[in-house]
Design a protein around this ligand. Structure first.
Ligand code: SAH
Length: 398
């Protein structure tokens, strides 16, 4: 039997939860957590004992659970999951209908009312990511709900949590048709090879869809582009399809070379005409300066944290330096596309990093575009801090 536990919320946190804040933090809770099991249903009450909301208990790095409903009588059962998934699917109707885009997010955790649960669509296949043991305990009901709401060609899953500190060994395939990988998906007419059965990543970050389209349609024709932290080279593909004269993709991971070749190949691009470098971006900057290389467009999309033998990099600390290095190899009138998915700072703060880099190098600049998460990555209304993606297009004016 699933536990049902009354949990007292500290008075300072009551207002936010009433206002729709979806995350239950450790600090908000007065009741001892000692006996609470993952997946327990929590009846959140204020200091006077009045009902506030219903949540589930599931430990993630962000908090200890998520609010599911503010209606005391609403049960967290199959009917509940069918309702949530149906609402989410209805909001993506235009994505289901679009013929030239066959990969998108169907369910975005807290933005769709169930934190810790992500569902992505890849050409008829569904991939479900579970972020805690707590949410995973609802697996059977959620899979049943999903299959009642949509046609599932094949189902895959990723377990993005640890059990007793141990990463869970898992089989990504769950049920239905087994995919043949790479599976080719379309995005605004571009093609991308994805693999749902290959560890943590799939080959494409869906949240950058609008940025890839802008890059292809407005910043590529006749230009040269440097794509740093390029992973499988998705931005390079967009740039070639937009008519660049050349791309250079730089990533430290050895697998990035075959993966980038594959992305070019599925778009009928001659990969031998493109430059793909397996190396540290910071070494590449020195190499480019030495060889007097300069680019019209530079994409910067580093991971929030990276550690190599020689150095550690954190976007929260080192972004200004990354931009300064980039400026040395960007043409006058060029464009830097600066991106970060670090949730620990917001767009305003990110712009202070940009300003610092340009001010300290006496370079004039103009912000010409800003992007955050696309339409299918729905975030909670009143809480923009869940909109982690920040992308700024900067024109170098000197
Ligand atoms: N821009 C990519 C996603 C980047 S993911 C896209 O749109 O698809 C971050 C990538 O940075 C990973 O592939 C990782 O291998 C790479 N990386 C991390 N540290 C690096 C470094 N110091 N130099 C080069 N690549 C690095």
């Amino acid at each position: 039997m699933r536990q049902l536990i009354d949990v007292k919320i500290k008075s300072k946190s009551v207002k936010a939860i009433n206002n729709g804040y979806p995350l239950l933090s450790k600090e908000a809770v007065k009741t001892s957590e000692a006996k609470i099991e993952e997946g327990s249903i929590l009846r959140l009450i204020d200091p006077a004992g009045k009902y506030i909301a219903t949540a589930y208990y599931g430990i993630q790095n962000k908090g200890i659970g998520w609010v599911l409903t503010h209606k005391e009588q609403e049960k967290v059962d199959l009917k509940f999951f069918i309702k949530k998934i149906s609402e989410a699917v209805a909001k993506r109707e235009s994505f289901y209908e679009a013929e030239d885009t066959t990969a998108f997010r169907v369910f975005n955790g807290e933005g769709d009312g169930i934190g810790g649960l992500i569902i992505d669509f890849f050409n008829g296949f569904y991939m479900v990511s579970w972020y805690s043991e707590g949410i995973y305990s609802f697996r059977e009901s959620i899979y049943q709900a999903l299959s009642e709401v949509v046609d599932v060609r094949g189902l895959y899953e990723k377990l993005r949590f640890n059990k007793n500190g141990q990463y869970l060994e898992q089989n990504d395939y769950v049920s239905g048709e087994k995919g043949e990988f790479p599976l080719i998906v379309s995005e605004n007419g571009m093609k991308f090879a994805v693999d749902l059965n290959d560890g943590a990543m799939t080959g494409i970050f869906l949240d950058q869809r609008n940025v890839r389209k802008r890059l292809r349609d407005h910043y590529s024709k006749g230009k040269t582009i440097l794509n740093t932290f390029s992973y499988t080279g998705a931005f390079s593909v967009a740039a070639v399809l937009g008519g660049v004269t050349g791309t250079t993709s730089v990533d430290l991971a050895k697998r990035s070379l075959p993966k980038t070749i594959e992305q070019f190949a599925v778009n009928d691009i001659d990969y031998e005409a493109q430059d793909i470098k397996v190396m540290n971006v910071f070494d590449y900057f020195r190499y480019a300066v030495r060889h007097e290389l300069k680019f019209d467009v530079v994409v910067l999309d580093p991971p929030s944290f990276a550690r190599t033998k020689k150095m550690t990099f954190s976007t929260a600390k080192d972004y200004p330096k990354l931009l300064k290095d980039t400026l040395k190899i960007t043409n006058d009138d060029g464009v830097i596309i600066a991106s970060t998915n670090n949730a620990s700072f917001n767009m305003k703060k990110f712009k202070t990093f940009i300003d610092k880099a340009f001010t300290e190098t006496n370079t004039r600049y103009k912000i010409i575009e800003e992007h955050q998460l696309p339409e299918d990555f729905i975030v909670p209304h009143n809480y923009p801090e869940f909109n982690y993606l920040k992308v700024v297009f900067i024109r170098v004016m000197n």
